[in-house]
Design a protein around this ligand. Structure first.
Ligand code: GLC
Ligand code: GLC
Length: 814
C-alpha cells in the first residue's frame, strides 16, 4: 500500500493522505537555519544547534504524535467554522490534500468547502529565516469572508532546559510587538544577543503572544479560543509560554486568490548594538526590519525560491546516473544525495527520532557522512574535517561527539570508542580523492581545541593510526574500548545497574576484549594512509604502514576466522563472539562486510565463504540482519546489544548502515547481481509499495528495519539521520556502478547485474564533467576503456590537462 507517489520531474514526493503511518518529514534549510517539517506542518526550527538555539517548540513522543508546528488556521467568518489546511491540528476531513516534499521546501495544499489553501515553506539560501507562502483561493460561487490565524510556539532557546526547568522558565518569557511583528526576546536583556521574530506581509487585525490567551485555558491546539471566537486579544507574554500568532482578514470574491507571506527568523546583534535607543531595553531591530521588509514582498520570496531550486539543480547535476533501474536512478539522482546533505548538516541531532537534545555531531558519524557528501560542497567538507580533527585528543582518540555551536567535544558519551580515529583517515582520504586538495594535510589543527597544541592535519592521521597499534589485545587484534562501530557491543561495561549508560560505564580495564571489526577497519584506513604518505613522497613511512596492515591481515586470518565466516570479537574473558561455538550471536554482519570490503581472503576464497554464510544466515527479503541468532536474554558481558528485544536495533535488526559493506564485499568478489539485489532490498523507493509494512518515508533511508526475529519484521524506524545515507550512496555510485574517485583520477570499475545492458553517468570531478557510458559485451566485470575516443590501458581515467571542461569515457564490460 502507498500513501503517495514520486514526482521525479519535480524531484518531489507527493503524499496524498495526511494520516501517514508515521509523520513523513522533510528538512528546511541547508546552511545555518534549519527546520524539520512533517506532511501535516509539524516540526520545529533552530539556528545551527538543535539543542542550544531552538527557535520553536516541538513535543516529542506526544499523543497524537507530531505536535508543535508551523500552523495556519482558516476560519469562515460567516459560519464561524474553522479548520487547518495542513490537516493538523484540527484534523478536519479535507476534500483534497497533498503534501509535496521537495529539495529544501515543502508545500502543503488542501481544499475544504470550496476554499483552497496552499502553503509553501522554505528557507532562502544565505538567510536565517523561513518563509511560509500561503495562497488562499475561493472556489465558491459566492464571496468568502475569511480569517487566517498563524501560530508558532517559541522555545526558550535551550531545548533541554526548556523542557525541564519550569520553575525558572515560567517566569522569563518576553516579547516585543512592533508594526505587527512579534519579537521573541527571552533572556535578551541579559546574556543573549539574539532574538526571533515572526512577521506577516498583510495588515493584521490582531495578534496573540501568550499561549493561554490564544488557546484558552484547558484547550488544545485543535480548538484555540482565539480562532473559535474570530479575533485575538493582543496579548503580551510575561513569562509562561510565548507564542506568535497573527490574525489576517481576507475577503475573497469568487475565483479570487490572495497570498499572505509569513516570515519566521532568527537575528543576532553585535553586543554593543543590542538596544535601540542604546540606554533602553528595547531590541535594536534595524537589521531584522530590513530583512522583514524584503520578504513581505511576494516577488522577493518567489525569487528566493527560484534560487533555492537552482542551487539544488546544480548540486544534483554533479553526479547523475541513468541505469535500467528506476529506483537506483531516483535515489542516486535525487533522494539519496538529498539525504546525504541532511546527515551532513544534522549528523544525528534533529529528526522525528533524534530529539535535537541528545546528540551533537558524532566523530565517527560525521566522518562517514562525508563519503556521500564530499562531492557536493567540498569546501564545507573541508571545514567539517578541520572541526572534527580539532576535537581529536592528543592520544589520537576522540570525543565521541561535539556541539556544532561551540565546536567543542562534549563528554556526554565520553571517548574511548576505539574505532573512532580511523574514520578521520577515511574522511580525509575521501576528501582528497574528490578534490585533489593535498594542502589540507598541512593545515595546523589543535588537539582537543587546546590553543598551542596545533599540528598539521597529517599528524592527526598518523596519531589515529598509531592509536590502534598502541592498543592491541592478547591476540594482536585491536582492543575494542567502550565500543567499536557497534555502539552497543559493550565488552568492558558489565552493567547491572538500571539507568547506567552502556557507553560510559566501564567496569573492566579494557585490556582483553578485542574487535575483529576494528582490525578490518584498520586495513582500510592503513592502506589509505599509506597511499597518502606515498603521494607525499614518504615512501618509507608508507611501507611501514603497509607492513602493519599486512601483520593485521595475518592476525585476522589466524584469530579472526571461524571456519565459515569472520569472528566478530573476543570478550573480556577472551572468549569468541560471533562464532559457531556461541549459542546465540554466532555470526555478525560487521566483520563479514568490513573484512570482505577490505579484501581479506579474496584470493583463497575466505571472502566468498564469508559472503555465502551472510547470504544463508543473515539475509532476509527486507535486508541483512545484524547478527544471528538474536540474543534472547541479557548478557552482562556484551552490554547494550543484548538489552534490545530480538530483531530490533543492534540485536539482529536490519541495520541499514552496514548492509552496503556487504554490497561492496560482493562487488569485490565480482558478484554484481547479489550486490544490487541487496541494494534493492533496503532501497526505500523500491519499498514504496509496502509502505504499510515499512511505515517510514519511502524517499529516505531509515537506520533500522526490524529483523526476522521481530514481531514487526520489515518495519523501519529512525529515518533520515543515519550513516545508511552516505554508505548506500557510496556503495551504489563508487562500487556497484563503480565510478570511483582515487588520488590519481577517476576509476571505472562497475560490478553491475548481468542483465544490465549498461548505464550512463555524468560526474563532475576535479573541475571537469565526465560523460561516462558503460556497455556490456560479456558477463564479466573486465573493463576496457576509451577516453575521448582513444583506448586507455587499465581502468583509471587519468586526470585531464588543467582547464579541460569535459571528458568522454566509454567503458566496455566483458
Ligand atoms: C548509530 C550511531 C552510529 C553507530 C550505529 C551502530 O547509528 O549513530 O555511530 O555506529 O548506531 O551502533
Ligand atoms: C547507537 C545505537 C543505539 C544506542 C546508542 C548509544 O546509536 O543505535 O541503540 O543506544 O548508540 O549511543
Amino acid at each position: 500500500m502507498k500513501y503517495g507517489y514520486f514526482d521525479d520531474q519535480k524531484r518531489e514526493y507527493v503524499i496524498t493522505q495526511p494520516d501517514t503511518p508515521l509523520p513523513w518529514i522533510n528538512y528546511l534549510g541547508c546552511q545555518a537555519y534549519f527546520g524539520i517539517i512533517s506532511n501535516t506542518a509539524g516540526g520545529y526550527s533552530f539556528y545551527r544547534d538543535a539543542r542550544l538555539r531552538r527557535i520553536t517548540r516541538y513535543r516529542y513522543n506526544n499523543a497524537p504524535y507530531d505536535f508543535g508546528g508551523r500552523y495556519v488556521y482558516l476560519r469562515d467568518d460567516a459560519s464561524g467554522e474553522f479548520w487547518s489546511p495542513s490537516w493538523q491540528p484540527t484534523r478536519h476531513k479535507l476534500e483534497e490534500y497533498s503534501c509535496r516534499h521537495g529539495m529544501g521546501y515543502t508545500t502543503i495544499g488542501s481544499k475544504y468547502k470550496g476554499i483552497e489553501a496552499r502553503t509553501r515553506y522554505f528557507v532562502p539560501l544565505d538567510e536565517n529565516l523561513e518563509i511560509w507562502q500561503l495562497t488562499v483561493t475561493n472556489h465558491r460561487a459566492q464571496a468568502a469572508e475569511l480569517s487566517v490565524f498563524s501560530v508558532v510556539e517559541f522555545c526558550l532557546w535551550d531545548a533541554q532546559d526548556d523542557s525541564t526547568n519550569f520553575q525558572r522558565n515560567f517566569s522569563i518569557g518576553q516579547v516585543e510587538i512592533e508594526d505587527g511583528v512579534i519579537y521573541h526576546k527571552t533572556e535578551y536583556r541579559e546574556r543573549r544577543d539574539h532574538f526571533a521574530y515572526f512577521a506577516c506581509s498583510e495588515k493584521i487585525a490582531g495578534y496573540e503572544t501568550q499561549r493561554e490567551d490564544f488557546l484558552g485555558a484547558y484547550r488544545g491546539w485543535e480548538n484555540p479560543a482565539a480562532v473559535e471566537r474570530g479575533h485575538e486579544s493582543n496579548s503580551v507574554a510575561h513569562g509562561w509560554a510565548p507564542v506568535g500568532s497573527h490574525h489576517v482578514k481576507l475577503s475573497l470574491k469568487p475565483g479570487e486568490s490572495r497570498q499572505v507571506v509569513f516570515v519566521l527568523g532568527y537575528q543576532e546583534n553585535p553586543r554593543e548594538e543590542k538596544f535601540d535607543p542604546p540606554d533602553s531595553q528595547i531590541i535594536n531591530k534595524k537589521s531584522a526590519k530590513a530583512v522583514i521588509a524584503k520578504y513581505r514582498v511576494t516577488a522577493n520570496a518567489d525569487a528566493e525560491f527560484k534560487k533555492l531550486s537552482e542551487y539544488w539543480n546544480e548540486l544534483l547535476k554533479l553526479c547523475h546516473v541513468d541505469t535500467p533501474d528506476v529506483h537506483t536512478n531516483r535515489m542516486v539522482n535525487i533522494w539519496n544525495a538529498y539525504q546525504c546533505m541532511a546527515t551532513f548538516n544534522m549528523s544525528r541531532s534533529a529528526s522525528f527520532y533524534e530529539s535535537g537534545i541528545g546528540r551533537g555531531l558524532g566523530f565517527r558519524d560525521s566522518n562517514q557522512d562525508l563519503l556521500g557528501f564530499v562531492h557536493m560542497v567540498p569546501e564545507r567538507a573541508r571545514e567539517r574535517i578541520l572541526d572534527l580533527a580539532a576535537t581529536q585528543l592528543p592520544s589520537g582518540g576522540a570525543y565521541h561527539q561535539y556541539q556544532p555551536l561551540t565546536k567543542r567535544g562534549n563528554n556526554d558519551v565520553g571517548s574511548g570508542f576505539n574505532d573512532d580515529p580511523h574514520w578521520l583517515i577515511i574522511g580525509v582520504g575521501a576528501y582528497i580523492k574528490e578534490t585533489g586538495d593535498w594542502g589540507i594535510l598541512g593545515e595546523a589543527v589543535p588537539y582537543d581545541n587546546e590553543p598551542g597544541s596545533e599540528m598539521p592535519l597529517y599528524e592527526h592521521l598518523q596519531r589515529s593510526f598509531r592509536y590502534t597499534l598502541e592498543r592491541l589485545g592478547p591476540h594482536g587484534l585491536p582492543l575494542i574500548g567502550r565500543a567499536d562501530w557497534n555502539d552497543c557491543l559493550n565488552l568492558n561495561c558489565f552493567s547491572d545497574t538500571p539507568g547506567q549508560s552502556f557507553q560510559t560505564t566501564t567496569n573492566k580495564d579494557g585490556k582483553v576484549a578485542e574487535s575483529v571489526f576494528i582490525a578490518g577497519l584498520f586495513l582500510v584506513a592503513g592502506r589509505e594512509l599509506a597511499d597518502i604518505a606515498r603521494h607525499r613522497g614518504l615512501g618509507k613511512e608508507a611501507c611501514s604502514y603497509l607492513c602493519e596492515v599486512g601483520k593485521m591481515e595475518k592476525t585476522i586470518r589466524e584469530h579472526g576466522w571461524d571456519g565459515e565466516w569472520f569472528l566478530r570479537a573476543y570478550d573480556d574473558f577472551s572468549r569468541k563472539i560471533g562464532s559457531k561455538e556461541n549459542a546465540e550471536g554466532k555470526i555478525f554482519i560487521e566483520t563479514q562486510g568490513f573484512c570482505t570490503l577490505a579484501g581479506v581472503g579474496l584470493e583463497d576464497g575466505l571472502a566468498a565463504r564469508a559472503l555465502d554464510s551472510t547470504r544463508k544466515m543473515l539475509a532476509t527479503k527486507h535486508g541483512i540482519v545484524l547478527q544471528q541468532p538474536a540474543y534472547s536474554k541479557y548478557y552482562l558481558e556484551y552490554g547494550e546489544i543484548s538489552s534490545y528485544p530480538p530483531g530490533y536495533k543492534e540485536n539482529a535488526g536490519i541495520f541499514c548502515h552496514n548492509n552496503p559493506w556487504v554490497m561492496i564485499g560482493e562487488t569485490r568478489v565480482g558478484n554484481g547481481d547479489q550486490a544490487h539485489d541487496y541494494y534493492t532490498r533496503i532501497n526505500p523507493s523500491a519499498r514504496e509499495e509496502i509502505s504499510d509494512v515499512h511505515r517510514c518515508e519511502p524517499y529516505v533511508y531509515a537506520q533500522m528495519i526490524a529483523g526476522r526475529d521481530a514481531a514487526t519484521h520489515g518495519e523501519a524506524k529512525n529515518s533520515w539521520l543515519t550513516g545508511t545515507a552516505a554508505w548506500n550512496y557510496y556503495a551504489i555510485t563508487q562500487w556497484i556502478l563503480g565510478i570511483r574517485t582515487s588520488f590519481d583520477g577517476l576509476l571505472i570499475a562497475p560490478v553491475i547485474p548481468k542483465n544490465w545492458a549498461g548505464f550512463k553517468v555524468s560526474r563532475k570531478f576535479r573541475g571537469a564533467t565526465y560523460q561516462i557510458e558503460v556497455q556490456r559485451a560479456g558477463d564479466g566485470n573486465q573493463v576496457s576503456l576509451e577516453v575521448n575516443g582513444a583506448p586507455v590501458q587499465g581502468n583509471l581515467v587519468p586526470l585531464p590537462a588543467a582547464g579541460t571542461k569535459t571528458v568522454s569515457v566509454k567503458a566496455t564490460l566483458r
